[in-house]
Design a protein around this ligand. Sequence first.
Ligand SMILES: Cc1ncc(C[n+]2csc(CCOP(=O)(O)OP(=O)(O)O)c2C)c(N)n1
Length: 480
Amino acid sequence: MAFCLTKAKKLIYNHLKSKMGSLGIINHGNWTHPVSFSHPIPQNLKKPDTFFTNNTTLFASRRFESIIAGKHLDSLRNVFDEIEVLNFPGGKVKFTSEMKFLSESPEERIHCYRVLDDNGQPTVHSNSVQIGEEVAVKMYNDMVTLQLMDSIFYEAQRQGRISFYLTTIGEEAINIASAAALNIDDLIFPQYREAGVLLWRGFSLQEFANQCFGNRDDNGKGRQMPIHYGSKKHNYFTVASTVATQISHAVGAAYALKMDGRDACTVTYFGDGGTSTGDFHAALNFAAVMEAPVIFFCRNNGWAISTPVSDQFRSDGIVVRGQAYGVRSIRVDGNDALAIFSAIQAARRMAIGESRPVLIEALTYRAGHHSTSDDSTKYRPVHEIEWWRVARDPVSRFKKWIESNGWWSDEAEFELRSSVRKQLLHAIQVAEKVEKPAIAEIFTDVYDVPPANLCEQETLLRETIKRHPQDYPSHFQFPL
Ligand SMILES: Cc1ncc(C[n+]2csc(CCOP(=O)(O)OP(=O)(O)O)c2C)c(N)n1
């Protein structure tokens, strides 16, 4: 008896794959091989002893087994085991006779997509989107503006002029390149380290300053801490510091966009710390099941305040979690503006065109302190911070690329920096002088009819200010 197991196995699989009619294994004397047959069975073929039906249920006949008795039987059973499937909700599952646990980690970590190397030179064979001079120069302008805004507002906080600040240092490419690849109709659900997205969309430096100073011209009427920006006009939902709450909001809004048949998606940003919340997991699962057009953008910057990622999870970062929830995912170099631009543009196309969520994990580093309330040198080595700040700076990398294209010069750099610096100082001076919002505003805009406890609090505040006017700034005096 000549039994060619490999050949038989291969043919069986090919037949199953092509889903053509029924599959039979017929016995031709001493040579066994599979054939497919459709109904009715051709006259010249004997009905096979062993066959698979369309739903691949296997009937192994005794006669067939006896023909290939002995050592070949076990091998054959393995073949059958492998191709026998359980028709389970969600898809067919193959059986195996091998007891094998899934490994807790892949042999190799998921690769990181990049277009530019650390010297700003395109890597060979990169399949990035082409960006023209105008967009590239605006991207660079905004990255520099974001850097300068961070350094000047940070100093203003140190001088006691504003109460709090938080920078995006090291994450400028994530901010600007992702924003550049989106459409203004796409709704943004930010964490708090994405001011650059708003900058790209046209929020003015004066508006940033008004919010940080909490003055009368601030959209939020001074009711939020500095950097909690929000702008209806720019489709940028107001920052909420409660980590990760924005992720599920983005999924709900994406589902609404889909129901309305809009040509837009939602994008939510969050840090690695945000993925350690239940909200993240619920949001990913919900989005996958409801097929919501949302882009989950994780800025994996290595730290959640003083907690390193090694104390947060044992998975290969965040990207692998997408697959666990049935969400298409990619890992990108978060300090490479071109890689981010390309990945976001592709993700947007998939989210809207195929009505599905997409997860992007951008590998980066929080090169500044968490906020003005933090000193990160207390929990991480200074040389590590410096290496990321200098060797992996996303802004200078992008600058090298536009320079090598002949789109940028030293003069342009000088002019940009001095002009933006002037505008920022001016914005701060103006914002500082604008009156604070009326104190009565504290109690407005939430309830149509304020509840009794809120009215009580307002009365109490009025009485306290009247009794101790010296303890309150002049703009807190009544009538309010
Ligand atoms: C629900 C909740 N838990 C804890 C905090 C305190 N907190 C503020 S920021 C932060 C770290 C978040 O880290 P990550 O999400 O990685 O973002 P990053 O600051 O690194 O950009 C924490 C724990 C909070 N604001 N909200």
